[in-house]
Design a protein around this ligand. Structure first.
Ligand SMILES: Cc1ncc(COP(=O)(O)O)c(C=O)c1O
Length: 381
């Protein structure tokens, strides 16, 4: 476990803002995930969009993870890190024909979510095996922006189109995977099970099926009293479903957040404090260009004053320094803050650096990995 002391030392050595990842936490989460689903044959395709740092990818590769990529650039990075083509799945949204060609030429399995892409591949790459991303039309997920399988979502092929697809492809291409990804931050395992059930019901209609890819969505604890999703019950549900179907199917998962979120911290420094009409603002040397989740998804991230952790708590709005309303936390009680204190934003390992930008021409943070007591600068420049 990374202590506040280690975080402070890193902030002194490398400056702030800085992302810090705890390798031991990533390992712990990986093994936890693998063990929960160990009663049936499964593959873990890390959703690299959560954190694309090459050293972190290498760590996951060594643990045995495979990859789910969503762009040609992600595929290229995964290949660069040493993942084999056969271990990479590609789940694009509205891909261009160039992007489809790239995947085909590199022997990457595509999960197709649009019929135009299916038609293109059938015409240009007959005989190929593909996955179909299905939209089961049920709405789950922590926030509407991360609910990806409701009837009005752009993702996936509507169930009503499956008959047409089966008639249209005949035996010209093989559908060996059915895929769903219903959203992120899903609290209840039974919500995930309801979506998975829809996929299991399709198995009988796809004779070439080898994989069911159940995507991800596993909630992690953001608030101290948050409940983690009950993976054991979900695993039992999947095991029962597999026992019911008379076919050898490998289950694929695409966890992102579950593997890397809790391993990450964003350290920021307090530039100044201001008393407004009603609120006390703490302005830090960061903003939504470094961590957009609180502003984009209304996500809660615990914030700790690691320079002064044990003082009397006061109520603050923690804000960034962009020319925007970039608020990390509203009315948050935090141990008394003064200028130059270092604040640790927790649970920042997923969709933190990977969603960062250089908005306002500000630099991105450095990235540091702590592994077995050693500190590595893993910033990719
Ligand atoms: C297709 C797909 N798979 C997997 C994931 C990973 O989800 P999570 O980070 O919630 O595990 C995402 C994230 O949005 C996704 O779009």
């Amino acid at each position: 476990m990374i202590t506040s002391q280690i975080l402070l030392e890193i902030s002194q050595k490398y400056g702030t803002p800085v992302y810090i990842y705890d390798a031991s936490k990533i390992r712990e989460q990986y093994y936890k995930f693998q063990n929960v689903f160990s009663s049936f044959s499964h593959e873990i395709h890390y959703a690299m969009k959560a954190n694309e740092n090459i050293y972190l990818l290498d760590l996951l590769k060594k643990l045995g993870a495979k990859i789910d990529a969503v762009s040609t650039e992600e595929i290229q990075r995964a290949l660069q890190v040493g993942f084999l083509s056969k271990d990479i799945t590609y789940t694009p949204s509205f891909p261009s024909t160039n992007e489809l060609d790239f995947a085909m030429e590199n022997n990457i399995k595509i999960h197709i979510g649009e019929i135009y892409a299916l038609e293109y591949i059938m015409k240009n790459y007959p005989g190929i095996s593909l996955g179909l991303r299905i939209n089961p039309a049920n709405s789950i997920g922590g926030n509407q922006k991360i609910a990806t399988a409701h009837a009005d979502s752009k993702f996936g092929i509507p169930l009503k189109d499956l008959n047409y697809i089966r008639e249209f492809i005949q035996d010209k291409i093989k559908i060996d995977t059915l895929h769903i990804h219903t959203g992120s931050d899903v609290k209840s395992w039974s919500d995930l099970a309801n979506s998975a059930q829809i996929l299991f019901e399709q198995v009988k209609d796809f004779p070439d099926l080898k994989y069911l890819d159940l995507g991800s969505g596993f909630k992690v604890k953001y608030k101290p009293d948050d409940v983690e999703i009950d993976l054991e019950s979900y695993a039992k549900f999947i095991e029962n479903q597999l026992n019911k179907i008379n076919k050898k199917i490998v289950i694929q998962f695409e966890p992102g957040k579950f593997l890397v979120s809790e391993a990450g911290y964003l350290l920021v420094k307090v530039n100044g404090i201001k008393q407004g009409y009603r609120k006390k603002f703490v302005g830090v040397n960061s903003g939504f260009h470094h961590l957009i989740r609180p502003m984009y998804y209304d996500a809660y991230h615990e914030i700790v004053n690691i320079s002064n952790p044990q003082d009397i708590a006061e109520t603050y709005d923690i804000v960034g320094q962009l020319c925007e309303e970039d608020t990390f936390a509203y009315n948050r009680e935090i141990s008394k803050i003064k200028p130059d204190d270092v604040l640790a934003v927790k649970n920042a390992g997923a969709y933190g650096f990977s969603m960062s930008s250089e908005y306002n021409l500000r630099n991105k943070p450095k990235e540091i990995m702590v592994d077995d007591g050693k500190i590595y600068d893993i910033s990719v420049t």
